[in-house]
Design a protein around this ligand. Structure first.
Ligand code: AHR
Length: 321
């Protein structure tokens, strides 16, 4: 009898031991996401969660709803929970040093995803995965320069979130590309916060201010969502997007391919939503034998034109978004 009582107890202890050994082996990552301001952002969240699941990573996800203070709180909570790594998509570029120093003191490596930060201390993060956002703006500007040739072209610009690295850099890259081409001028520039509804609203005000849109040759939007909003504003004004006003943007999300297939978007620059994949790979190597990844892991930024929109749209379906 006594023996029978001990056997299940011993088995339970063994099972508990195995379970906790398994739990100890499991990599835990805290991911502080900006929010869900755009289709691209939603895709990045989906891709990250799916990838974590596939790799058996325990992903603790926190949506900051566009607020840096919420991201700082989330990072502190990840540190308190003792995660193995922190993935951070920083909403703005400045103000991260104090909290990232706390992560460093706790020996938790930080991986920046898709946006970069301004810091004097590069040791505050292990690596940043993202595109060269100045280059993205350059690719967009080059396309316009090539398309317009010597024709005069007044451009209106829809900027991303003020103080975010892609908004600052995409503006710079585009301006660099059109510099020296005096026929191409940015006549108005305002933030639409990377949000579709705001892109529409700001475009409406540009159209109103510029002779019902007749004085506008092209809209350059820092992301596809704002471009889709602008397309609606152009149509509401009785003009043809893609013809009366050229539409150029960045991301390469399904809705922009649909707009390209309808002749309403002229060009977009690809930004892959799979930033987490290279970060998970780098983290695995780092945890295995301390291999340090390059400080910047760059993703591709190719120009996406209407002639390949159908294939691109199909390819996105295959990726699950
Ligand atoms: O940081 C990447 C940018 O953020 C994407 O271009 C935009 O769609 C998103 O909101």
């Amino acid at each position: 009898m006594r023996r029978n009582l001990f056997v299940p107890a011993a088995l339970a202890t063994l099972a508990l031991g195995i379970a906790s050994a398994g739990a100890a082996d499991k990599t835990t990552v805290g991911f502080s996401q900006i929010g869900s301001e755009s289709g691209w952002r939603a895709a990045e969240t989906t891709v990250t969660k799916l990838d974590a699941k596939k790799r058996g990573v325990d992903l603790k996800f926190s949506d900051a709803q566009q607020k840096q203070e919420n991201q700082i709180k989330a990072i502190r909570s990840f540190i308190a929970q003792g995660v193995d790594a922190i993935f951070l998509a920083p909403v703005v570029a400045t103000g991260w040093d104090p909290v990232l120093k706390e992560a460093k003191e706790a020996k938790i490596p930080v991986f920046l995803l898709d946006r970069t930060i301004d810091t004097q201390d590069p040791s505050l993060y292990l690596t940043a995965v993202g595109s060269d956002t100045v280059h993205e703006g350059h690719v967009a500007g080059d396309w316009l320069v090539k398309t317009e040739g010597a024709k005069p072209c007044n451009v209106v610009e829809l900027q991303g979130t003020v103080g975010s690295s892609p908004a600052t850099n995409r503006k710079k890259g585009f301006e660099d590309a059109i510099a020296g081409h005096d026929n191409i001028k940015i006549i108005r520039s305002q933030t639409g916060d990377f949000v579709r509804a705001k892109g529409k609203e700001v475009m409406e005000s540009f159209i109103k201010a510029e002779d019902g849109g007749k004085n506008i040759c092209a809209v350059y939007a820092h992301n596809d969502d704002m471009a889709v909003g602008a397309i609606q504003a152009i149509k509401d004004a009785g003009l043809k997007p893609g013809k009366d006003i050229l539409v150029i943007s960045i991301d390469g999300v399904p809705d922009i391919f649909k707009a390209q297939m309808a002749g309403e978007s002229n060009a977009s620059v690809e930004l892959t939503p799979d930033m987490a994949g290279p970060a998970f790979d780098a983290l695995a190597a780092y945890r295995k034998d301390g291999t340090k990844p390059p400080h910047f892991i760059q993703t591709e930024s190719k120009l996406l034109l209407p002639d390949t929109a159908k294939q691109e749209l199909e390819a996105k379906k295959d990726l699950g978004y």
